[in-house]
Structures are given as structure tokens and as C-alpha cells.
Design a protein around this ligand. Structure first.
Ligand code: FNR
Length: 379
């Protein structure tokens, strides 16, 4: 049994529970995985000033995220096929997020549909949209998001084409005899096979069933991504999305100040400074390095969220100090849900919250609004 005392322990617990093709799909990145590693390493190197005698008896973690006061400046990031990691994992994670009062973002390519997640929880729900060729279907999805009461649309722009993820061919996620290799791995992980393989059906991409039909299972997943993502996407395309979606629009996948300005000009309410967890352009900057310049360029004019590499509550404080208004947790929640379902995600959020409190106390700040570059060693 893995003892869970820090968010990183969920990764170890998830690794022993999951078949290799799923663990590697989550744990891997693009190319040599240099950017994926840099996300974690650069963030860990962001030094913090130890301050003392600041009366930190009362610490307030609440924050304004795009005009809504939340108990924490955190949302759960969109993760495709999360439902393969734990039975109906999108619903389980959304419930844990609801209990903590933070938004859950449902991916276009989640297993659970918008309707299923909404039936499972009444909490704050964001919907993530990918740029797919069939614009009529995108409009339908936006309508469904409205009907199901999604509070924000997260439009992911850093995947005009899927990144080069070499681990997938080796793991059985794709490549020769993939279904057979996956089945053999499942046999070696009976806990997962029973929970997800048997009881976690259907293994369809719930939001895409209208276009993919009943066959929208794991076998189509990588092929569907490659065939249907629209590489012709450009800033002008935001126009019709902005027209179709009047609520808060979050553009996810910004890593450059010029692109941040373009997102602002296109009418975004927020951006996510993100390199997709190092899964797209290997060699791209870590988000910790990219964030300060983006904050200087557009901070105060739209909300800045950040993700990629956040593995602890201290990392959350680091991102806020570098200029983010809030953060998204990616792999952190995926490992937690894989390891422990809804209770795992609830425990993860609790651990992150406690670490944030400790880090704030030891850097001498009492509220999220007080966190800025002054708490950075090199600030
Ligand atoms: C992702 N991410 C992602 N992003 C998105 O906009 N739509 C999606 O469907 C997915 N799917 C997805 C699957 C898996 C397995 C991973 C690990 C990531 C990216 C995700 O939202 C987020 O940007 C990164 O996970 C953040 O990096 P860390 O925190 O995981 O390092």
C-alpha cells in the first residue's frame, strides 16, 4: 500500500494500479520530454523568501477567478479519456471539485459526456473545446455546454496537430497489436480491469458519440484526434466562437506574450499559460519561465491561469507569485482519481490546500491578493 502524504504519492499509487499504456499516456510528453521535465524542474527552482514575525494566524485562500469568488484559486484541468483511469472518473473528480467549491473542466474527449457529469454534480463546471474540422458539431457542443449550465468555455489552441508522443507506440496505446497488448496488460491489473474494464463501461467518448456513434471507443481515440483536429485554425476563428458563447471564454495554451495580446484582442476573458504539460512542442519554454513576461504584457486586462508542472501547494503559490491569478491541476488530479477515485481527488485538494497555507505562512502572506513577485527570491 502506498502511503499518501504528498500529492506526488498519488503518482506512485496510480502507477501500480494502472496498465502500462494508461500510465505512460498520462506520464509521458512530446519528443525527448525535455519541456515536460522543465515544467517541473523550473517551477521547483523558483525560490521563495522566508519571512518571519508576520502574524500569520489567519490565512485566507479564497480568490477571485474571473469575477467569481472561490475558496481556492484552483480548477481541475481538462483531461481526455480520464474515465479510462477510474470508473466514470470525470464524474468522480467533478464531485470532489464541487465539494471543494472549485471548477471541474470537462474535456471534449472525456469518457463522460457533459450530460453525465452534470447529472453527477451540480457544482461549477467548465467545458473544454478542441478545434475540430466539423464546425457544425462544435456549435452543437457549445449549445450542449450552455444547456448543461457550463460556467466557462475553455478553448484549447495548442493542439492544431497532436504532439509527437513516442511512448504511446511502445506502451500499446497505439502501434502494432495495440488492442491485444492492452488486453494483456489489463490481465495483469485486475483491480483496474474490474473497476474500469468491466464496471466502467461504456468506454465511448461521451461528447463525441453523436459524430462517432457507438464505435467511439479507445481504438478510435488517437486516430480520431489526428483525423479531426483542424490545423487551419487561426485567430479569426475565435470570432464565431465568441459570438456563439457569451459567457466567460478561456483560451488555453498560450506561451508567448504576443499570443496573449492576440487572445485579449480576440475577446478572451482569460488565458491559460500552458504548454499542455509538455505534450505538444518539445523544446518549448516551461510555463514558469514564460509566465512573468505574459503577466507583464496582459496582466490586469484579462485573468491569467497557468498550468503544467504543478505538483504541490507550494507550486501553486509559485505560479501566483510569477503572475497567475489561478492555476489548473492536470496530471495531479488524474493520478489522484486513478489511485483513489473521488476520495483521492478530495484528498489531493486537501493536501494542496494545506501546503498552500504552510507556504503562505512561511513567506509571510495572509491572502492570495498579497502574493506577488515580492515573495520570490529573485523577484
Ligand atoms: C491533457 N491535457 C488536455 N488539455 C486539453 O485542453 N484537453 C484535453 O483533452 C487534454 N487531455 C489531456 C490528457 C492527459 C493524459 C494529460 C496529462 C493532459 C492537458 C491538461 O489540460 C493540462 O494542460 C496539463 O496536464 C498540465 O500539465 P501537468 O500539470 O499535467 O504537468
Amino acid at each position: 500500500m502506498t502511503v499518501i502524504s504528498s500529492p506526488g504519492d498519488f503518482r506512485i499509487a496510480a502507477q501500480s494500479r494502472l496498465p502500462r499504456f494508461l500510465f505512460d499516456y498520462a506520464d509521458g510528453g512530446a519528443g525527448s520530454e525535455a519541456t515536460m521535465r522543465a515544467n517541473v524542474e523550473d517551477l521547483a527552482r523558483v525560490g521563495l523568501c522566508q519571512r518571519v514575525m508576520c502574524d500569520v494566524a489567519d490565512i485566507d485562500l479564497s480568490a477571485d477567478l474571473m469575477g467569481v469568488q472561490r475558496p481556492l484559486p484552483i480548477a481541475l484541468a481538462p483531461i481526455g479519456i480520464a474515465g479510462m483511469y477510474r470508473r466514470r472518473a470525470e464524474v468522480q473528480a467533478a464531485r470532489a471539485a464541487t465539494s471543494a467549491g472549485i471548477p471541474f473542466t470537462l474535456s471534449t474527449v472525456g469518457l463522460c459526456s457533459l450530460t453525465e457529469v452534470r447529472a453527477g454534480t451540480a457544482g461549477p463546471l467548465w467545458f473544454q473545446l478542441y478545434v475540430i474540422r466539423d464546425r457544425g458539431f462544435m456549435s452543437d457542443l457549445i449549445e450542449t455546454a450552455k444547456e448543461q449550465g457550463a460556467e466557462a468555455l475553455v478553448f484549447t489552441v495548442d493542439m492544431p496537430v497532436p504532439g509527437s508522443r513516442h511512448r504511446d507506440a511502445h506502451s500499446g496505446m497505439s502501434g502494432p497489436y495495440a488492442p491485444l497488448r492492452r488486453a494483456m496488460q489489463a490481465v495483469g491489473h485486475p483491480g483496474w480491469a474490474w473497476d474500469v474494464g468491466v464496471r466502467g463501461r461504456p468506454h465511448r467518448l461521451g461528447n463525441l458519440t453523436p459524430v462517432l456513434g457507438e464505435a467511439s471507443g479507445m481504438d478510435d481515440y488517437i486516430g480520431w484526434l489526428a483525423a479531426n483536429f483542424d490545423p487551419s485554425i487561426a485567430w479569426k476563428d475565435i470570432g464565431w466562437i465568441r459570438a456563439a458563447w457569451k459567457g466567460p471564454l478561456i483560451i488555453k495554451g498560450i506561451l508567448d506574450p504576443e499570443d496573449a495580446r492576440a487572445a485579449l484582442d480576440a475577446g478572451a476573458d482569460a488565458i491559460v499559460v500552458s504548454n499542455h504539460g509538455g505534450r505538444q512542442l518539445d523544446g518549448a519554454s516551461s510555463t514558469a519561465r514564460a509566465l512573468p513576461a505574459i503577466s507583464d504584457a496582459v496582466g490586469g486586462r484579462l485573468s491569467i491561469l497557468a498550468d503544467s508542472g504543478i505538483r504541490s501547494g507550494t507550486d501553486v503559490i509559485r505560479m501566483l507569485a510569477l503572475g497567475a491569478d489561478g492555476v489548473l491541476l492536470g496530471r495531479a488530479w488524474l493520478y489522484a482519481v486513478a489511485a483513489g477515485g473521488e476520495a483521492g481527488v478530495a484528498a489531493l485538494i486537501g493536501l494542496i490546500e494545506r501546503e498552500m497555507r504552510v507556504t503562505m505562512a512561511l513567506t509571510g502572506v495572509r491572502s492570495i491578493g498579497e502574493i506577488d513577485r515580492s515573495i520570490l527570491l529573485d523577484g
